[in-house]
Design a binder for this molecule. Sequence first.
Ligand code: HEC
Length: 121
Amino acid sequence: MNHLPSSPITRRLPWAMLALLAGGFAVFWSPKANADTAQLQTLLQRNNCSACHLIDKRKYGPNLNEVAARYAGNAGAVALLATKIRAGGSGVWGEDMMPPQPTVSEADARTLAELILALKP
Ligand code: HEC
């Protein structure tokens, strides 16, 4: 009758493995782990958009998930937003005015528009 003593470690190990697995999946599925979102964050910060826009919360301007939802299925949206990003404007989301962003290159404006529209709200 040799009963193996089960130490606290062998008893907890399966749970620890499960927790690790669950954690791994959470990171894998989280939108923040998405490469496009990371690229968008970098561009938003580099071009100082983050002063007014966050992806998932309203700051001064509309949150970018809302922007993606509003233009979902709109074929002309990339061109429209790329232009608006450099020219600024108001009246679409309220009275607040987005100032022109002339230091943003046309290429960056287009990439920003594409990445914003690719968000899955
Ligand atoms: C000083 C604050 C401010 C900064 C800086 C700013 N925005 Fe905005 N943005 C706004 C406001 C306010 C609006 C809403 C304008 C409107 O209602 O037409 C807006 C609107 C937008 C929209 C939606 C446009 C539409 O017509 O639906 C996009 C996309 C956008 N901004 C992207 C950017 C990007 C990219 C940058 C950085 C290059 C940036 N914004 C910098 C304040 C700002």
